[in-house]
Design a protein around this ligand. Structure first.
Ligand SMILES: [Zn+2]
Length: 147
C-alpha cells in the first residue's frame, strides 16, 4: 500500500513537471526566446529523469519496490527520457548553424553596446538652450537653466 502511494505520488509529480513540455509556443515573435528556454527546460528535465532512473534502480536493489512496480516506473521514465531526447533532437535540427552564429553575433554586439561607457557628463548639453555645460556647474552658463 505504501509502495502504491509512493508510485502514485511519483506519477503525479512526473505528470505535473512534464505538463509544460506539451505546451506549444504561441506566436512567432517569441519562438526564438521560447526555443532557448525550451532547450534549457528539456536539458534540466533530462537530468532529472536520469537521476530519477538511478534512484529507482537503487530503490529496487534495496528491495523497496516490487518487480512490477519497478518495471512500470522504469518504463515510464524511459519513455519520458526518449520523448525528451526526441524533442531535443527536434530543437537541434531546427537550429540552422548560420542562424545560430548570427544570433550569437547580435547578442555579443548587444552586450558590447550595453557595456560601453555612457557619454561623459562633461559633454552634456543644457536641456533648455543646448549650450555645452561646464562640468560641476549647477546652472547653465548661457541661460541659467538648472542642470
Ligand atoms: Zn542653457
Amino acid at each position: 500500500m505504501l509502495i502504491l502511494a509512493c508510485g502514485l505520488i511519483t506519477v503525479l509529480a512526473g505528470a505535473f513537471v512534464l505538463t509544460p513540455l506539451f505546451k506549444e509556443p504561441k506566436g512567432n515573435m517569441e519562438v526564438e526566446l521560447l526555443a532557448e528556454t525550451e532547450l534549457d527546460r528539456l536539458l534540466n528535465r533530462k537530468a532529472i529523469v536520469y537521476s530519477n532512473l538511478k534512484e529507482l534502480e537503487f530503490e529496487y536493489k534495496m528491495g523497496r519496490l516490487s518487480d512490477a512496480d519497478f518495471r512500470r516506473l522504469e518504463a515510464g521514465y524511459k519513455s519520458e527520457a526518449s520523448l525528451i531526447l526526441q524533442k531535443l533532437d527536434h530543437l537541434g535540427a531546427e537550429k540552422d548553424i548560420d542562424e545560430t552564429i548570427e544570433r550569437d553575433v547580435v547578442a555579443r554586439k548587444a552586450r558590447l553596446y550595453s557595456a560601453a561607457p555612457k557619454p561623459a557628463r562633461e559633454s552634456a548639453k543644457c536641456p533648455a538652450c543646448g549650450a555645452a555645460t561646464v562640468p560641476g556647474k549647477k546652472f547653465c552658463a548661457d541661460c541659467g537653466q538648472r542642470l
